[in-house]
Design a protein around this ligand. Structure first.
Ligand SMILES: Cc1cc2nc3c(=O)[nH]c(=O)nc-3n(C[C@H](O)[C@H](O)[C@H](O)COP(=O)(O)OP(=O)(O)OC[C@H]3O[C@@H](n4cnc5c(N)ncnc54)[C@H](O)[C@@H]3O)c2cc1C
Ligand code: FES
Length: 358
């Protein structure tokens, strides 16, 4: 029997169960028999762990049958329970041929989920998966690519490169991959082997704190080695500061630029002081929140737990209606005051008093 209890055409007991009990109640009892049995929720079991670099580990998960799959380059919100509390974070898996997902996690100092996954999670552990999201995927045919990655931003690039290699590398691709030191790089042997096997792929490793002449950061990088730069589709992934520096460096010089940041940029000096009143229309509560913090973080600090996933404005899990008031987008700095408009709590800070549909 499929350990997921999840065939796309469920047998009659499952159809009956769907009518008779809530998914939460069903899952509560079914997971006591088999930890991957659920009515609807995709879960996955950790089946192996391998060191990927000095501070990163590749975890391979086998999903249950509710997992709907993903395209290379997409991300997944995963839920883990740490100290009795469920925490959700985004990761960028590489889908493997046997149906498993390889997730490479870099341990962030002080990070709750990354240090847990990288150091403590044991084979057999169960995580939850949400549907895959993200737009940095490959069409069957398309432009030549320039891939830019820093730190754990290499993870979606690895998935894209494996996908392209499986299709015979149908376009020119240059990967620029920055790390501080050699032992922080992931997938070195694999990337070199791909480049050796596919002449249209060129891989450039850039170490900013090692070697007689350390590599420069993206804002000072010459892309002279990239043929026909102006015709490249650029995909960039890494910390917020890296992504913004890459965008500025290549502005107007490439065919298109898409980026997904894994963390918010460092303080810009454009922050706003003071607090505002944020009224939550559904619960009737009014809270004082800082103008200098995302609504998601401010609400969490006051014990409110809105739905969320990536915390970077990509997955839309935290979408919520702003009924009145003005907010500032933390990535672009843009202000918005249109009443009855959807915003994303994770990348919006309050500028004036607000009413939220929460
Ligand atoms: C779409 C998307 C895909 C991602 N894919 C991957 C992936 O494949 N592999 C991977 O290792 N990570 C990935 N991340 C980052 C991941 O979601 C977490 O942010 C990261 O693991 C840290 O979580 P934490 O719970 O350990 O840190 P938290 O406890 O949430 O934060 C602790 C401290 O670390 C800082 N911080 C949080 N995230 C980062 C970060 N990424 N870099 C630097 N500082 C940070 C916070 O500002 C905070 O000060 C991705 C993020 C996004 C948005
Ligand atoms: S949590 Fe993903 S968009 Fe806000």
């Amino acid at each position: 029997m499929n350990a997921a209890l999840s065939a796309s055409k469920p047998r009659w007991p499952l159809r009956l169960a769907r009518r008779a009990v809530s998914p939460a109640l069903f899952d509560f009892w079914a997971t006591r028999v088999n930890r991957l049995w659920t009515l609807e929720q995709p879960l996955a079991r950790l089946v192996s762990r391998t060191a990927a670099s000095r501070d990163a580990v590749t975890l391979v998960f086998r999903p249950n049958g509710h997992w709907a799959g993903m395209s290379a380059g997409q991300h997944v919100n995963i839920g883990v329970t740490i100290g009795g509390r469920r925490l959700v974070r985004s990761y960028s898996p590489t889908p493997l041929a046997d149906g498993t997902l390889a997730i490479t996690v870099k341990a962030i100092d002080g990070g709750r989920v990354s240090t847990y996954l990288a150091r403590d999670a044991r084979v057999g552990e169960i995580i939850s998966l949400d549907p895959a999201f993200g737009a940095m995927t490959l069409a069957a045919a398309g432009d030549d690519l320039l891939l830019l990655a820093a730190g754990s931003g290499i993870t979606p690039m690895r998935a894209l490169l494996r996908d392209l290699a499986a299709r015979g590398m149908p376009r020119n691709v240059d990967l620029f991959y920055w790390a501080r030191q050699q032992d922080e790089l992931c997938f070195v042997d694999e990337l070199q082997a791909l480049a050796a096997a596919h002449p249209r792929l060129r891989v450039h490793f850039l170490l900013t704190r090692e070697g007689t002449t350390p590599a420069v950061r993206v804002d000072q990088t010459s892309f002279d080695a990239v043929s026909a730069l102006d015709q490249r589709r650029v995909l960039a992934c890494g910390p917020g500061g890296f992504v913004e520096a890459a965008r500025a460096r290549l502005d107007g010089q490439v065919a298109s630029f898409e980026a997904e940041a894994f963390s918010l940029p460092a303080a810009t000096g454009m922050e706003e002081a003071g607090e505002v009143d944020v009224h939550l229309a559904r619960s009737g509560r009014t809270l004082k929140l800082s103008r200098n913090q995302s609504l998601l973080e401010g609400l969490e600090a006051q014990g409110v737990r809105p739905a969320h996933g990536c915390r970077m404005g990509i997955c839309n899990s935290c979408a919520c209606e702003r009924q009145t008031g003005t907010t500032r987008h933390l990535l672009t700095g843009d202000r918005s005051s249109e009443p009855s408009t959807q915003l994303r709590l994770c990348v919006s800070a309050p500028t004036t008093d607000l009413i939220l549909d929460l």
